[in-house]
Design a binder for this molecule. Sequence first.
Ligand SMILES: Cc1cc2nc3c(=O)[nH]c(=O)nc-3n(C[C@H](O)[C@H](O)[C@H](O)COP(=O)(O)OP(=O)(O)OC[C@H]3O[C@@H](n4cnc5c(N)ncnc54)[C@H](O)[C@@H]3O)c2cc1C
Length: 397
Amino acid sequence: MSSNGFLDTPELLAFRAQVEAFLAAHWKPVKGPERAAHERAFRLLATEHGYLYRNVPKVYGGSEQPADILKAQIIQQVFNRARAPMEVPGVGYGMLVPTLLGCGEEWQKLQFVPPTLSGEIRWAQGYSEPNSGSDLASIRTKARLEGDEWIIDGQKIWSSGADKAHYLFMLARTEPEASKHAGISYLLVDLRQPGVTIRPLRQINGSEEFSEIFFDGARTPANWIVGQRGEGWKVSKTTLSAERAGFIGAAEGSVTLHRKLVELAERCQYNGRPAIEEPRIRDRLIVLEGMVSAHYHNMQRQFAQRLAGQDAGSVALMNKLIVTRIAAEVADIARDVLGDDFMLSPFGREAEAGPEKWLNQYLGSLGIAIAGGTSNIQRNVIAERGLGLPRDPAMAS
Ligand SMILES: Cc1cc2nc3c(=O)[nH]c(=O)nc-3n(C[C@H](O)[C@H](O)[C@H](O)COP(=O)(O)OP(=O)(O)OC[C@H]3O[C@@H](n4cnc5c(N)ncnc54)[C@H](O)[C@@H]3O)c2cc1C
């Protein structure tokens, strides 16, 4: 599925050759303590050549290239194949940077975007609270302005990577008198201060990827607010659409996952022959291939709508749902292929070193259906805003 006709024009083939030549000249993997510095230097060079951070202006550390979905796809394919690092992963570039570029003040962009792109500073997202996930506008964490600082009290939960992050972008209730949605502001907070306690949560797969965060008189400067007071709900929409758009990158991931699953079915025995030869498994793999192909092309539809300046909202939500289904289906087929060995495959951190990550894939697929908005919520939004169906009566009151 790497070649789909669109990418085979003479101009794009020449571009692909240029990216391949760049990697051949400048990228080789390094292990051990020098790896981080090596990758940082490579990212800088790749940005100077216009391959990374293409949507970010040069003044903030990006390469400021014209939007071109086909070239972006080629870069992703060639970099993935060479196992070369792309943009720094995480919510900093994925979510905060688009929000600052869209809604931030000039000094905020200059201060926060460049070190986020270089990986010097890491961010976490503080939206969810113990009783506010899907109904995010019901958050209760408060921030009040005292002199030139916000004082924050309350609790966040499920904050991915918070224990390793330097800063948090968060939603807090700043206008207690205002209506639910109008009383929220979008604040940036330094996590390394006495008023903040971070407690990692142990997950079903044994790792600790997200944390609870407790705020007890935590402080942040008055001007570390993105957008105006009480406009945090509107600002957060930018962040959420960036999060859901992030799932489109997962189309390449789905293709890779499918390929690895086929390889697994070729290697494993099932009823005395390679699993790939078992009709039941073959059928499921073929249906999955159809889903992956649909996802791949729907992703291009989303890119194309964005480029044409159209609202890609519903298509982006559909893509998130497709990613979720593919992740679950891959895990289910792997479980079928591996049989009892599925439960013996490496688990949690151990799996990072091992060749089989199928049990982790299964457990992780449960989380994808929740992260960034649950599948139920996505379906409701597609139905109501995308298709114009009446509101869910249970939610209308
Ligand atoms: C892997 C992972 C990473 C995450 N990372 C972060 C992060 O970094 N920062 C952060 O702030 N949060 C994060 N979250 C939290 C995530 O955003 C919330 O878990 C999610 O929004 C759901 O909220 P909830 O857990 O409170 O569930 P609830 O909202 O209580 O939902 C429970 C169930 O009820 C259903 N439901 C609720 N309301 C409706 C409705 N109106 N109609 C139909 N069904 C409904 C849901 O679909 C779900 O099945 C992460 C979650 C996961 C799994």
